[in-house]
Design a protein around this ligand. Sequence first.
Ligand SMILES: Cc1cc2nc3c(=O)[nH]c(=O)nc-3n(C[C@H](O)[C@H](O)[C@H](O)COP(=O)(O)OP(=O)(O)OC[C@H]3O[C@@H](n4cnc5c(N)ncnc54)[C@H](O)[C@@H]3O)c2cc1C
Length: 479
Amino acid sequence: MGLMTPEEYRKSLRDNRVVYYEGEKVKDVTTHPALKVCVDTAAIDYEMAEMPEHRDLAVVKHPKTGEPISRYYYTPTNAEDLLKRHELMVTATRLGGGVIPFSHDIGADAMNAVNITANMMGNKEYIERAEKYRYHLQKNDLSVACAMSDVKGDRVERPSSPKQGHPDYYVHVVDKNEKGIVVRGAKAHITAAAYCNEILAVPCRAMEEADKDYAVAFAVPVDTKGVIQVLHPVQHKRSKLEFPIDLPIRNHTDSLIIFDDVFVPWERVFLCGEWKFAMHLVYNFAYLHRHTAASYRVPSAEGFLGAAVAMAEYNGISNVPHIKEELTDLVIYVNTLKSLARASCIDFATHGGIPIPNPVLTNMAKYHFATNFHQCIKLVQDIAGGLLVTAPTYQDFLNPDIGDFIKKYLGGKSGVTAEARLRMFQLLRRMMTVENETVAVHAEGSFQSQRLMIYVEALREMAQYKKQVEYAAGIIDKL
Ligand SMILES: Cc1cc2nc3c(=O)[nH]c(=O)nc-3n(C[C@H](O)[C@H](O)[C@H](O)COP(=O)(O)OP(=O)(O)OC[C@H]3O[C@@H](n4cnc5c(N)ncnc54)[C@H](O)[C@@H]3O)c2cc1C
Protein backbone atom coordinates (compact mmCIF):
# COMPACT_ATOMS: atom_id res chain seq x y z
CA MET A 1 0.00 0.00 0.00
CA GLY A 2 2.89 2.43 0.72
CA LEU A 3 2.95 5.75 2.52
CA MET A 4 -0.39 7.24 3.50
CA THR A 5 -1.26 10.79 2.57
CA PRO A 6 -2.65 12.93 5.41
CA GLU A 7 -6.13 12.47 3.90
CA GLU A 8 -5.71 8.69 3.70
CA TYR A 9 -4.63 8.73 7.35
CA ARG A 10 -7.82 10.62 8.29
CA LYS A 11 -9.92 8.21 6.22
CA SER A 12 -8.26 5.24 7.93
CA LEU A 13 -9.63 6.45 11.28
CA ARG A 14 -13.25 6.24 10.12
CA ASP A 15 -13.91 2.71 11.38
CA ASN A 16 -15.75 1.05 14.24
CA ARG A 17 -13.57 2.40 17.05
CA VAL A 18 -15.34 2.91 20.37
CA VAL A 19 -14.33 6.28 21.78
CA TYR A 20 -16.05 8.37 24.44
CA TYR A 21 -15.46 12.10 24.91
CA GLU A 22 -17.15 14.07 27.69
CA GLY A 23 -19.57 11.22 28.30
CA GLU A 24 -20.66 10.81 24.68
CA LYS A 25 -19.76 8.22 22.07
CA VAL A 26 -17.84 9.82 19.22
CA LYS A 27 -19.13 9.04 15.71
CA ASP A 28 -16.08 10.21 13.77
CA VAL A 29 -12.85 11.31 15.47
CA THR A 30 -11.78 13.23 12.36
CA THR A 31 -14.77 15.59 12.42
CA HIS A 32 -15.43 15.84 16.17
CA PRO A 33 -14.67 19.49 17.07
CA ALA A 34 -12.12 18.70 19.80
CA LEU A 35 -10.64 15.51 18.38
CA LYS A 36 -10.18 17.04 14.93
CA VAL A 37 -7.51 19.26 16.50
CA CYS A 38 -5.72 16.15 17.78
CA VAL A 39 -6.08 14.31 14.46
CA ASP A 40 -4.68 17.34 12.61
CA THR A 41 -1.75 17.42 15.06
CA ALA A 42 -1.06 13.72 14.49
CA ALA A 43 -1.33 14.21 10.71
CA ILE A 44 1.83 16.36 10.75
CA ASP A 45 3.86 13.13 10.53
CA TYR A 46 2.08 12.31 7.27
CA GLU A 47 2.40 15.90 6.00
CA MET A 48 6.15 15.86 6.60
CA ALA A 49 6.53 12.91 4.25
CA GLU A 50 5.04 15.10 1.51
CA MET A 51 7.14 18.21 2.24
CA PRO A 52 10.17 18.31 -0.07
CA GLU A 53 12.27 20.01 2.64
CA HIS A 54 11.49 17.29 5.21
CA ARG A 55 11.00 14.19 3.06
CA ASP A 56 14.53 12.87 3.60
CA LEU A 57 14.12 13.14 7.33
CA ALA A 58 10.66 11.59 7.49
CA VAL A 59 11.02 8.84 4.89
CA VAL A 60 13.68 6.17 4.33
CA LYS A 61 13.97 3.22 1.98
CA HIS A 62 13.06 -0.18 3.33
CA PRO A 63 16.43 -1.94 3.68
CA LYS A 64 15.23 -5.08 1.83
CA THR A 65 12.45 -4.02 -0.54
CA GLY A 66 13.49 -0.42 -1.22
CA GLU A 67 9.91 0.78 -0.59
CA PRO A 68 9.56 4.23 1.01
CA ILE A 69 8.71 3.81 4.69
CA SER A 70 8.40 6.10 7.71
CA ARG A 71 11.76 6.61 9.43
CA TYR A 72 10.05 5.73 12.71
CA TYR A 73 9.66 2.10 11.58
CA TYR A 74 13.20 1.77 10.28
CA THR A 75 15.39 -0.29 12.61
CA PRO A 76 18.37 1.91 13.53
CA THR A 77 21.80 0.48 12.78
CA ASN A 78 24.16 3.20 14.03
CA ALA A 79 24.51 6.57 15.78
CA GLU A 80 23.60 8.46 12.62
CA ASP A 81 20.23 6.67 12.43
CA LEU A 82 19.53 7.55 16.06
CA LEU A 83 20.51 11.18 15.49
CA LYS A 84 18.29 11.42 12.40
CA ARG A 85 15.36 10.07 14.37
CA HIS A 86 16.08 12.62 17.09
CA GLU A 87 16.18 15.37 14.47
CA LEU A 88 12.91 14.09 12.98
CA MET A 89 11.15 14.37 16.34
CA VAL A 90 12.57 17.83 17.04
CA THR A 91 11.52 19.05 13.58
CA ALA A 92 8.05 17.49 13.81
CA THR A 93 7.54 19.15 17.21
CA ARG A 94 8.64 22.53 15.87
CA LEU A 95 6.16 22.13 13.00
CA GLY A 96 3.53 21.30 15.60
CA GLY A 97 4.18 24.57 17.45
CA GLY A 98 5.77 22.67 20.36
CA VAL A 99 3.55 19.57 20.17
CA ILE A 100 4.88 16.31 18.69
CA PRO A 101 2.49 14.48 16.32
CA PHE A 102 2.56 11.25 18.43
CA SER A 103 1.20 9.14 15.59
CA HIS A 104 4.30 6.99 15.16
CA ASP A 105 6.95 7.73 17.78
CA ILE A 106 5.65 6.09 20.99
CA GLY A 107 4.34 3.08 19.08
CA ALA A 108 7.67 2.72 17.27
CA ASP A 109 9.48 2.80 20.62
CA ALA A 110 7.25 -0.05 21.81
CA MET A 111 7.74 -1.97 18.57
CA ASN A 112 11.52 -1.66 18.83
CA ALA A 113 11.35 -2.77 22.48
CA VAL A 114 9.28 -5.82 21.45
CA ASN A 115 11.83 -6.59 18.74
CA ILE A 116 14.80 -6.20 21.10
CA THR A 117 13.15 -8.36 23.76
CA ALA A 118 12.33 -11.11 21.23
CA ASN A 119 15.99 -11.04 20.14
CA MET A 120 17.15 -11.20 23.77
CA MET A 121 14.88 -14.20 24.38
CA GLY A 122 16.17 -15.82 21.20
CA ASN A 123 12.59 -16.97 20.62
CA LYS A 124 12.27 -17.56 16.85
CA GLU A 125 8.50 -17.42 16.87
CA TYR A 126 8.43 -14.03 18.60
CA ILE A 127 11.25 -12.68 16.42
CA GLU A 128 9.31 -13.64 13.30
CA ARG A 129 6.05 -12.17 14.64
CA ALA A 130 7.79 -8.91 15.60
CA GLU A 131 9.37 -8.64 12.15
CA LYS A 132 6.09 -9.37 10.40
CA TYR A 133 4.30 -6.81 12.54
CA ARG A 134 6.97 -4.22 11.79
CA TYR A 135 6.55 -4.91 8.09
CA HIS A 136 2.77 -4.57 8.44
CA LEU A 137 3.26 -1.10 9.94
CA GLN A 138 5.89 -0.14 7.37
CA LYS A 139 3.93 -1.35 4.37
CA ASN A 140 0.65 0.26 5.43
CA ASP A 141 2.22 3.32 7.10
CA LEU A 142 0.01 2.84 10.15
CA SER A 143 -0.05 5.00 13.24
CA VAL A 144 0.47 3.19 16.57
CA ALA A 145 -0.12 4.10 20.21
CA CYS A 146 1.74 2.34 23.00
CA ALA A 147 -0.38 1.16 25.90
CA MET A 148 2.01 0.44 28.74
CA SER A 149 0.67 2.09 31.91
CA ASP A 150 -1.79 -0.21 33.64
CA VAL A 151 -4.29 1.37 36.02
CA LYS A 152 -2.45 -0.55 38.78
CA GLY A 153 -4.80 -0.30 41.78
CA ASP A 154 -2.54 -0.60 44.83
CA ARG A 155 0.84 0.43 43.42
CA VAL A 156 2.84 -1.51 45.97
CA GLU A 157 1.00 -4.83 45.51
CA ARG A 158 1.95 -7.17 42.68
CA PRO A 159 -0.54 -7.62 39.79
CA SER A 160 -1.57 -11.09 40.98
CA SER A 161 -1.61 -10.23 44.68
CA PRO A 162 -4.82 -11.24 46.48
CA LYS A 163 -4.48 -7.88 48.29
CA GLN A 164 -5.34 -6.06 45.04
CA GLY A 165 -9.04 -5.10 45.09
CA HIS A 166 -9.62 -7.32 42.02
CA PRO A 167 -7.44 -9.24 39.54
CA ASP A 168 -7.92 -6.85 36.60
CA TYR A 169 -5.85 -3.80 37.64
CA TYR A 170 -3.18 -4.97 35.21
CA VAL A 171 -3.98 -6.25 31.74
CA HIS A 172 -3.74 -10.03 31.72
CA VAL A 173 -4.59 -13.18 29.78
CA VAL A 174 -7.93 -14.66 30.83
CA ASP A 175 -8.23 -17.33 28.14
CA LYS A 176 -6.17 -19.05 25.44
CA ASN A 177 -6.92 -21.37 22.56
CA GLU A 178 -5.19 -22.54 19.40
CA LYS A 179 -6.14 -19.30 17.64
CA GLY A 180 -5.04 -16.76 20.21
CA ILE A 181 -5.54 -15.21 23.64
CA VAL A 182 -8.24 -13.20 25.39
CA VAL A 183 -7.08 -10.21 27.46
CA ARG A 184 -8.80 -8.17 30.17
CA GLY A 185 -7.80 -5.04 32.08
CA ALA A 186 -7.29 -1.34 31.53
CA LYS A 187 -4.41 0.96 30.63
CA ALA A 188 -4.46 4.66 31.50
CA HIS A 189 -3.18 7.90 29.91
CA ILE A 190 -2.55 6.35 26.47
CA THR A 191 -1.61 9.24 24.22
CA ALA A 192 -3.18 9.54 20.76
CA ALA A 193 -4.75 6.07 20.94
CA ALA A 194 -8.13 7.46 19.84
CA TYR A 195 -6.66 8.56 16.52
CA CYS A 196 -4.11 5.84 15.82
CA ASN A 197 -4.68 2.74 13.71
CA GLU A 198 -3.15 0.30 16.17
CA ILE A 199 -2.57 -0.17 19.90
CA LEU A 200 0.58 -1.99 20.96
CA ALA A 201 0.19 -3.09 24.59
CA VAL A 202 3.19 -4.02 26.74
CA PRO A 203 3.60 -4.67 30.50
CA CYS A 204 4.47 -1.74 32.76
CA ARG A 205 6.53 -3.48 35.43
CA ALA A 206 8.76 -6.42 36.20
CA MET A 207 6.80 -9.58 37.00
CA GLU A 208 7.28 -12.63 39.18
CA GLU A 209 6.25 -16.17 38.32
CA ALA A 210 2.89 -15.72 40.05
CA ASP A 211 2.23 -12.79 37.69
CA LYS A 212 2.90 -14.75 34.51
CA ASP A 213 -0.60 -14.16 33.07
CA TYR A 214 0.15 -10.44 33.32
CA ALA A 215 3.39 -10.79 31.33
CA VAL A 216 1.67 -10.14 28.04
CA ALA A 217 2.40 -7.95 25.01
CA PHE A 218 0.18 -7.75 21.96
CA ALA A 219 -1.09 -5.50 19.19
CA VAL A 220 -4.67 -4.90 18.10
CA PRO A 221 -6.30 -2.62 15.54
CA VAL A 222 -8.01 0.23 17.45
CA ASP A 223 -11.48 -0.85 16.34
CA THR A 224 -11.11 -4.40 17.71
CA LYS A 225 -14.20 -5.68 19.52
CA GLY A 226 -13.95 -5.04 23.29
CA VAL A 227 -11.52 -2.10 23.06
CA ILE A 228 -13.21 0.91 24.67
CA GLN A 229 -11.54 4.30 25.03
CA VAL A 230 -12.51 7.10 27.40
CA LEU A 231 -10.72 10.37 26.63
CA HIS A 232 -10.03 13.46 28.69
CA PRO A 233 -11.12 16.86 27.38
CA VAL A 234 -8.61 19.01 25.50
CA GLN A 235 -8.38 22.72 24.80
CA HIS A 236 -9.34 22.87 21.17
CA LYS A 237 -10.33 26.46 20.58
CA ARG A 238 -9.19 29.88 21.60
CA SER A 239 -11.39 31.81 23.94
CA LYS A 240 -12.81 35.10 22.66
CA LEU A 241 -10.81 36.67 25.48
CA GLU A 242 -7.57 35.71 23.71
CA PHE A 243 -5.87 37.55 20.85
CA PRO A 244 -6.60 35.62 17.65
CA ILE A 245 -3.62 33.85 16.12
CA ASP A 246 -3.62 32.68 12.55
CA LEU A 247 -2.08 29.31 13.37
CA PRO A 248 -3.85 26.02 14.04
CA ILE A 249 -4.25 24.94 17.67
CA ARG A 250 -2.25 21.77 18.37
CA ASN A 251 -3.09 19.36 21.13
CA HIS A 252 -3.48 15.74 22.14
CA THR A 253 -5.71 13.70 24.34
CA ASP A 254 -4.89 10.51 26.23
CA SER A 255 -7.16 7.52 26.70
CA LEU A 256 -8.23 5.23 29.44
CA ILE A 257 -8.33 2.03 27.36
CA ILE A 258 -10.50 -0.77 28.61
CA PHE A 259 -9.74 -4.22 27.21
CA ASP A 260 -13.06 -5.90 27.82
CA ASP A 261 -12.16 -9.53 27.00
CA VAL A 262 -10.41 -8.73 23.75
CA PHE A 263 -9.39 -11.57 21.45
CA VAL A 264 -5.85 -11.33 20.03
CA PRO A 265 -4.66 -13.81 17.38
CA TRP A 266 -1.30 -15.47 18.10
CA GLU A 267 0.49 -13.69 15.27
CA ARG A 268 -0.09 -10.45 17.19
CA VAL A 269 1.12 -11.76 20.57
CA PHE A 270 4.74 -10.87 21.46
CA LEU A 271 4.96 -11.99 25.10
CA CYS A 272 2.70 -14.45 26.84
CA GLY A 273 3.79 -15.86 30.17
CA GLU A 274 7.58 -15.32 29.83
CA TRP A 275 7.50 -13.33 33.08
CA LYS A 276 11.27 -12.90 33.32
CA PHE A 277 11.25 -10.89 30.10
CA ALA A 278 8.53 -8.44 31.18
CA MET A 279 11.26 -6.43 32.91
CA HIS A 280 13.42 -6.38 29.75
CA LEU A 281 10.48 -5.18 27.71
CA VAL A 282 9.70 -2.45 30.24
CA TYR A 283 13.31 -1.30 30.44
CA ASN A 284 13.91 -1.34 26.71
CA PHE A 285 10.74 0.60 26.04
CA ALA A 286 11.65 3.10 28.75
CA TYR A 287 15.14 3.69 27.31
CA LEU A 288 13.75 4.31 23.85
CA HIS A 289 10.76 6.30 24.93
CA ARG A 290 12.68 8.58 27.29
CA HIS A 291 14.84 9.51 24.35
CA THR A 292 11.71 10.36 22.39
CA ALA A 293 10.64 12.45 25.39
CA ALA A 294 13.97 14.24 25.59
CA SER A 295 13.78 14.97 21.86
CA TYR A 296 10.31 16.43 21.74
CA ARG A 297 11.02 18.51 24.85
CA VAL A 298 13.80 20.39 23.06
CA PRO A 299 11.45 22.81 21.22
CA SER A 300 9.43 23.30 24.39
CA ALA A 301 12.54 24.22 26.42
CA GLU A 302 13.67 26.52 23.60
CA GLY A 303 10.22 28.13 23.72
CA PHE A 304 10.59 29.04 27.40
CA LEU A 305 14.02 30.53 26.80
CA GLY A 306 12.78 32.44 23.74
CA ALA A 307 9.82 33.85 25.68
CA ALA A 308 12.10 34.84 28.58
CA VAL A 309 14.44 36.68 26.20
CA ALA A 310 11.49 38.42 24.54
CA MET A 311 9.91 39.48 27.85
CA ALA A 312 13.24 40.74 29.21
CA GLU A 313 13.69 42.79 26.07
CA TYR A 314 10.09 44.10 26.04
CA ASN A 315 10.42 45.20 29.67
CA GLY A 316 13.83 46.83 29.15
CA ILE A 317 15.58 44.55 31.66
CA SER A 318 17.83 42.54 29.29
CA ASN A 319 20.99 43.99 30.81
CA VAL A 320 20.00 43.89 34.45
CA PRO A 321 22.48 41.59 36.28
CA HIS A 322 20.02 39.21 37.97
CA ILE A 323 17.99 38.87 34.74
CA LYS A 324 21.16 37.93 32.87
CA GLU A 325 21.77 35.34 35.60
CA GLU A 326 18.27 33.94 35.10
CA LEU A 327 18.69 33.85 31.33
CA THR A 328 22.00 32.06 31.83
CA ASP A 329 20.23 29.44 33.95
CA LEU A 330 17.70 28.97 31.17
CA VAL A 331 20.46 28.65 28.55
CA ILE A 332 22.04 25.93 30.72
CA TYR A 333 18.65 24.22 31.06
CA VAL A 334 18.04 24.14 27.31
CA ASN A 335 21.54 23.18 26.24
CA THR A 336 21.99 20.48 28.86
CA LEU A 337 18.83 18.86 27.52
CA LYS A 338 19.94 19.19 23.90
CA SER A 339 23.42 17.87 24.63
CA LEU A 340 22.22 14.87 26.61
CA ALA A 341 19.66 13.97 23.94
CA ARG A 342 22.29 14.10 21.18
CA ALA A 343 25.08 12.52 23.22
CA SER A 344 22.85 9.56 24.05
CA CYS A 345 22.65 8.83 20.29
CA ILE A 346 26.39 9.17 19.73
CA ASP A 347 27.33 7.08 22.77
CA PHE A 348 24.65 4.45 22.06
CA ALA A 349 24.35 0.97 23.58
CA THR A 350 23.31 -2.18 21.73
CA HIS A 351 20.46 -4.27 23.12
CA GLY A 352 19.29 -7.43 21.41
CA GLY A 353 21.42 -6.48 18.39
CA ILE A 354 19.70 -3.08 17.96
CA PRO A 355 21.36 0.27 18.81
CA ILE A 356 19.48 2.23 21.46
CA PRO A 357 20.24 5.66 22.91
CA ASN A 358 22.64 5.46 25.85
CA PRO A 359 20.44 4.41 28.81
CA VAL A 360 22.16 6.56 31.46
CA LEU A 361 22.29 9.70 29.32
CA THR A 362 18.78 9.31 27.97
CA ASN A 363 17.30 8.90 31.46
CA MET A 364 19.37 11.89 32.59
CA ALA A 365 17.99 13.94 29.69
CA LYS A 366 14.37 13.20 30.61
CA TYR A 367 15.08 13.63 34.34
CA HIS A 368 16.88 16.92 33.73
CA PHE A 369 13.97 18.28 31.71
CA ALA A 370 11.34 17.14 34.18
CA THR A 371 13.01 17.89 37.48
CA ASN A 372 14.00 21.41 36.42
CA PHE A 373 10.77 22.24 34.58
CA HIS A 374 9.10 24.05 37.49
CA GLN A 375 12.35 25.93 38.15
CA CYS A 376 12.42 26.96 34.48
CA ILE A 377 8.85 28.25 34.80
CA LYS A 378 9.78 30.10 37.99
CA LEU A 379 12.56 31.94 36.18
CA VAL A 380 10.33 32.91 33.25
CA GLN A 381 7.62 34.08 35.67
CA ASP A 382 10.13 36.25 37.50
CA ILE A 383 11.32 37.84 34.26
CA ALA A 384 7.80 38.29 32.82
CA GLY A 385 6.23 40.06 35.82
CA GLY A 386 2.77 39.86 37.35
CA LEU A 387 0.85 40.86 34.24
CA LEU A 388 1.32 37.26 33.25
CA VAL A 389 -1.80 36.66 35.35
CA THR A 390 -3.35 40.13 35.74
CA ALA A 391 -3.35 41.27 32.10
CA PRO A 392 -6.63 42.55 30.62
CA THR A 393 -8.22 40.49 27.88
CA TYR A 394 -8.39 40.88 24.12
CA GLN A 395 -11.98 42.10 24.53
CA ASP A 396 -10.76 44.91 26.82
CA PHE A 397 -8.12 45.73 24.24
CA LEU A 398 -10.84 46.00 21.55
CA ASN A 399 -13.25 48.09 23.63
CA PRO A 400 -13.10 51.70 22.35
CA ASP A 401 -13.71 53.08 25.86
CA ILE A 402 -10.62 51.49 27.40
CA GLY A 403 -8.55 50.07 24.52
CA ASP A 404 -6.47 53.25 24.11
CA PHE A 405 -5.63 53.30 27.82
CA ILE A 406 -4.47 49.70 27.57
CA LYS A 407 -2.36 50.51 24.51
CA LYS A 408 -0.89 53.54 26.28
CA TYR A 409 -0.21 52.08 29.71
CA LEU A 410 0.73 48.48 28.97
CA GLY A 411 3.44 49.18 26.40
CA GLY A 412 6.97 48.11 27.27
CA LYS A 413 10.25 49.81 26.60
CA SER A 414 10.22 52.39 23.82
CA GLY A 415 8.94 50.82 20.60
CA VAL A 416 7.37 47.74 22.26
CA THR A 417 3.58 47.79 21.96
CA ALA A 418 1.08 46.70 24.56
CA GLU A 419 -0.22 44.19 22.02
CA ALA A 420 3.20 42.49 21.73
CA ARG A 421 3.44 42.17 25.49
CA LEU A 422 -0.13 40.93 25.89
CA ARG A 423 0.36 38.35 23.14
CA MET A 424 3.54 37.05 24.78
CA PHE A 425 1.78 36.79 28.18
CA GLN A 426 -1.02 34.88 26.48
CA LEU A 427 1.43 32.43 24.88
CA LEU A 428 3.23 31.94 28.18
CA ARG A 429 0.00 31.25 30.03
CA ARG A 430 -0.70 28.45 27.55
CA MET A 431 2.80 27.05 28.08
CA MET A 432 2.63 27.16 31.88
CA THR A 433 -0.48 25.16 32.60
CA VAL A 434 -0.81 22.65 35.42
CA GLU A 435 -1.34 20.10 32.62
CA ASN A 436 2.08 20.85 31.16
CA GLU A 437 3.68 20.73 34.60
CA THR A 438 2.14 17.32 35.28
CA VAL A 439 3.04 16.03 31.84
CA ALA A 440 6.67 17.02 32.49
CA VAL A 441 6.67 15.09 35.76
CA HIS A 442 4.71 11.96 34.86
CA ALA A 443 4.68 11.39 31.11
CA GLU A 444 7.37 8.82 30.24
CA GLY A 445 7.59 7.80 33.90
CA SER A 446 7.83 9.59 37.22
CA PHE A 447 11.14 10.96 38.62
CA GLN A 448 11.95 7.83 40.58
CA SER A 449 11.71 5.58 37.53
CA GLN A 450 14.45 7.61 35.82
CA ARG A 451 16.65 7.76 38.92
CA LEU A 452 16.33 4.01 39.38
CA MET A 453 17.43 3.35 35.79
CA ILE A 454 20.30 5.83 36.02
CA TYR A 455 21.56 4.05 39.13
CA VAL A 456 21.18 0.53 37.75
CA GLU A 457 22.69 1.38 34.37
CA ALA A 458 25.60 3.24 35.97
CA LEU A 459 26.65 0.36 38.25
CA ARG A 460 29.32 -0.81 35.80
CA GLU A 461 30.82 2.64 35.33
CA MET A 462 30.73 3.29 39.07
CA ALA A 463 32.73 0.08 39.62
CA GLN A 464 35.23 1.24 37.01
CA TYR A 465 35.70 4.64 38.67
CA LYS A 466 36.17 2.95 42.04
CA LYS A 467 38.90 0.85 40.46
CA GLN A 468 40.58 3.96 39.07
CA VAL A 469 40.83 5.63 42.47
CA GLU A 470 41.94 2.41 44.16
CA TYR A 471 44.73 2.27 41.59
CA ALA A 472 45.59 5.93 42.18
CA ALA A 473 45.64 5.33 45.94
CA GLY A 474 47.94 2.33 45.57
CA ILE A 475 45.30 -0.10 46.88
CA ILE A 476 45.31 -2.21 43.69
CA ASP A 477 48.26 -2.51 41.35
CA LYS A 478 46.59 -2.62 37.94
CA LEU A 479 43.55 -1.08 36.26
C1 LIG B 1 0.17 13.31 29.56
C2 LIG B 1 0.59 11.91 29.80
C3 LIG B 1 0.74 11.07 28.72
C4 LIG B 1 1.07 9.73 28.90
N1 LIG B 1 1.15 8.90 27.81
C5 LIG B 1 1.32 7.58 28.00
C6 LIG B 1 1.27 6.67 26.89
O1 LIG B 1 1.12 7.07 25.74
N2 LIG B 1 1.41 5.35 27.13
C7 LIG B 1 1.59 4.85 28.39
O2 LIG B 1 1.70 3.65 28.53
N3 LIG B 1 1.63 5.69 29.47
C8 LIG B 1 1.50 7.03 29.29
N4 LIG B 1 1.55 7.88 30.38
C9 LIG B 1 1.67 7.31 31.71
C10 LIG B 1 2.91 7.64 32.47
O3 LIG B 1 3.98 6.83 32.07
C11 LIG B 1 2.52 7.47 33.95
O4 LIG B 1 1.69 8.57 34.29
C12 LIG B 1 3.70 7.38 34.86
O5 LIG B 1 4.39 6.18 34.63
C13 LIG B 1 3.24 7.43 36.32
O6 LIG B 1 2.24 6.45 36.54
P1 LIG B 1 0.89 6.90 37.27
O7 LIG B 1 0.34 8.07 36.56
O8 LIG B 1 0.02 5.71 37.40
O9 LIG B 1 1.36 7.40 38.66
P2 LIG B 1 1.77 6.50 39.89
O10 LIG B 1 2.44 5.24 39.41
O11 LIG B 1 0.61 6.36 40.78
O12 LIG B 1 2.90 7.40 40.54
C14 LIG B 1 2.66 8.31 41.61
C15 LIG B 1 3.83 8.21 42.60
O13 LIG B 1 3.83 6.89 43.15
C16 LIG B 1 5.14 6.33 43.07
N5 LIG B 1 4.99 4.88 42.91
C17 LIG B 1 4.19 4.22 42.04
N6 LIG B 1 4.33 2.89 42.19
C18 LIG B 1 5.24 2.69 43.16
C19 LIG B 1 5.80 1.52 43.76
N7 LIG B 1 5.46 0.30 43.38
N8 LIG B 1 6.72 1.71 44.71
C20 LIG B 1 7.10 2.95 45.10
N9 LIG B 1 6.58 4.09 44.58
C21 LIG B 1 5.67 3.97 43.62
C22 LIG B 1 5.74 6.99 41.81
O14 LIG B 1 7.18 6.95 41.78
C23 LIG B 1 5.21 8.41 41.96
O15 LIG B 1 6.04 9.13 42.84
C24 LIG B 1 1.28 9.24 30.21
C25 LIG B 1 1.15 10.10 31.30
C26 LIG B 1 0.82 11.42 31.11
C27 LIG B 1 0.69 12.32 32.32
